[in-house]
Design a protein around this ligand. Structure first.
Ligand SMILES: Cc1cc2nc3c(=O)[nH]c(=O)nc-3n(C[C@H](O)[C@H](O)[C@H](O)COP(=O)(O)OP(=O)(O)OC[C@H]3O[C@@H](n4cnc5c(N)ncnc54)[C@H](O)[C@@H]3O)c2cc1C
Length: 400
């Protein structure tokens, strides 16, 4: 394959792996640099709505994901104030048929493993683990990317560099050092449960969302429904980077005190053994996502609060749009790359900002207290499940 078609992707997360597959499908040769020596089994559940699953299906991933992904029958919205369910939004096969793609819930590690297997099978993708992006310089022939493995440095010529290296992105830091992640004041706690240990009403294939005073709780089946993923979001000051710090169960239990939370919600919290927590950081709007032949993608460009369940989804959409813009706009012509990348940024930024806003607003609504919580619950009941679900159509019906 001509060097003129070589693209380097920094980061083998969901965004970087999907970008590599999307670019290779358009005929590009891709080198992925991943600083981790191996891709960890880290992380908890992810929800993938049809806007994102459609892209994975088009990349041929359905057979690799089918055994592990779960299609929930419904999203059950529960209110701590009301003591139980206030709405049930139907998903299941009917919703998948309407959207033309499934709504999936799965373990992050399962998605990453499926993407990794597809990447490893692809002859035009070279995944380099333990290899860190370090520096990049632009010149007439394209880019020279410096990568580091241990103490050894190596240079590689490429036409384009894609920074898919997550919220603490080194590529973004190279382009826009003034942009820094901001701590949201919220902490996500997560754990998993063996589904066979719970009563049936907790383990049916549904997403449970519990809204309550200053906190919320989400639970759904993962790993072929053998496990239940539980995530609790609470305010806090602990703000270290990372995805997997151990958490002290009693600290979380006190945020879900019995005076404010019903026993059914507290039962889920109490049943988890081995909590992990991560501080929620977000990025401010960085304005430009590209500079010359370098582009940012996924959390590196727009890390957001997880309350719209679209962080991975937006990274997957970015990957598909980036590949489309590069294949339509540049071909073997290096001079066309900056304009193609600018088009990518323009096509993505407005939508992602809207999703970021929706996620922030969702979080505020979930955590309401007192009369405002009552008004919220009444409004949800009055709206009804079909209208509630239709409010998500602008997210789910999106196509490349
Ligand atoms: C270990 C882990 C666990 C997660 N767990 C959850 C979870 O439980 N729930 C949830 O909603 N979201 C989780 N996320 C975030 C979620 O996966 C992302 O929001 C989303 O998928 C967007 O992914 P991304 O590819 O943009 O970034 P990320 O998933 O963060 O991937 C970035 C990748 O870049 C690599 N990298 C960083 N710096 C460099 C460098 N200089 N050179 C080369 N490679 C580099 C990182 O090692 C990482 O593999 C997790 C992310 C990680 C990395």
């Amino acid at each position: 394959m001509a060097a003129a078609r070589t693209i380097i992707v920094a980061g083998a997360g969901i965004g970087g792996l999907t970008a590599a597959l999307s670019l290779a499908a358009k005929g590009f040769r891709v080198i992925i640099l991943e600083k981790a020596e191996r891709l960890e089994e880290a992380g908890a559940g992810l929800q993938l709505s049809p806007n994102a699953s459609r892209i994975l299906v088009d990349l041929g991933l359905r057979p690799r994901l089918a055994a592990r992904a779960v299609t929930p029958e419904a999203i059950n919205i529960m209110s701590a104030r009301a003591g139980g369910e206030i709405a049930r939004l139907p998903l299941g096969e009917a919703a998948s048929l309407r959207a033309g793609a499934p709504y999936w819930v799965m373990h992050r590690a399962d998605l990453q493993a499926a993407l990794l297997a597809a990447v490893s099978d692809h002859p035009d993708i070279d995944l380099r683990l333990g290899c860190q992006f370090e520096d990049v310089t632009s010149h007439a022939k394209g880019l020279t990317v410096v990568q580091r493995r241990g103490n050894a440095r190596q240079q590689e010529l490429a036409t384009t560099l894609v920074g898919a290296d997550g919220i603490w992105s080194a590529v973004r830091n190279h382009l826009f050092p003034e942009v820094q992640p901001q701590f949201s004041g919220l902490i996500a706690w997560r754990g998993t449960l063996d589904a066979t240990t719970l009563p049936r009403e907790y383990t049916s294939a549904r997403v449970q969302l519990w809204m309550g005073p200053d906190a919320h709780l989400v639970a759904y089946p993962i790993s072929g429904a053998r496990q239940i993923n539980v995530v609790a979001i609470v305010p806090g000051t602990w703000n270290r980077p990372g995805w997997s710090a151990p958490g002290e169960a009693n600290e979380l239990k006190s945020a879900f005190a019995s005076q404010r939370w019903p026993a059914t919600a507290r039962m889920l919290i109490g049943a988890v053994d081995g909590w992990r927590r991560w501080a929620l950081f977000t990025l401010p709007d960085i304005g430009e996502w590209t500079d010359g032949a370098i582009a940012l993608l996924g959390d590196a460009a727009h890390a957001m609060l997880p309350f719209a369940a679209q962080g991975a989804g937006m990274a997957i959409e970015d990957a598909a749009v980036l590949a489309k813009c590069l294949s339509e706009g540049s071909g073997d012509n290096i001079a066309g790359i900056p304009a193609a990348l600018k088009r990518y940024g323009r096509q993505r930024r407005g939508r992602v900002l809207r999703v970021q806003r929706a996620a922030r607003q969702q979080g505020r609504i979930y955590h309401l207290t007192g009369p405002l919580a009552l008004a919220r619950d009444l409004a949800i009941k009055a709206m009804g499940p079909e209208r509630m679900l239709a409010r998500q159509n602008w997210i789910y019906d999106w196509r490349v």
